[in-house]
Design a protein around this ligand. Structure first.
Ligand code: HEM
Length: 108
């Protein structure tokens, strides 16, 4: 849905302080988010993930799907305790829906 992607792009302004997307994207405070939808957790080479993320990956990991992205962005520190993303989370259900549509739009 085009409108939802557009509002997701607005929500993404909150993420841009730490995350880049696009052809020239580089890891910054946070890892590049290209193809994040469907991507395995902690799979960007050259980004130094927290121990919490590395441990999650080692114990089997998971793919960033709707459920996991939604859980993580709602309460980052509850979803993966001790991860290093300094972000309070998104409060509004509609913002989460929108950001997921946006992230899908930048994924394969
Ligand atoms: C990790 C999304 C805001 C810093 C991640 C991951 C996702 C994500 C999906 C997991 C990446 C992976 O497994 O490779 C978002 C979205 C945001 C947002 C959609 C906005 C709504 C922020 C902000 C910061 C930040 C504002 C910095 C203040 C980080 C860091 C990690 C991370 C440092 C790595 C976590 C770790 O290794 O423990 N983010 N993020 N993010 N993000 Fe964000």
């Amino acid at each position: 849905d085009e409108a939802l992607v557009k509002s997701g792009l607005k929500v993404f302004k909150k993420c841009k302080a730490c995350h880049q997307v696009g052809d020239k994207a580089k890891n910054k405070v946070g890892p590049v988010l290209n193809d994040i939808f469907g991507r395995e957790i902690a799979s960007i080479d050259g980004f130094k993930y927290s121990k919490a993320f590395a441990a999650k990956k080692e114990e089997g990991g998971f793919v960033w799907d709707e459920e996991n992205i939604s859980g993580y962005l709602t309460k980052p520190k509850k979803f993966i305790p001790k991860n290093k993303m300094a972000f309070v989370g998104l409060k509004k259900e509609k913002d989460i829906k929108a950001i997921i549509e946006y992230l899908k739009s930048i994924s394969q």
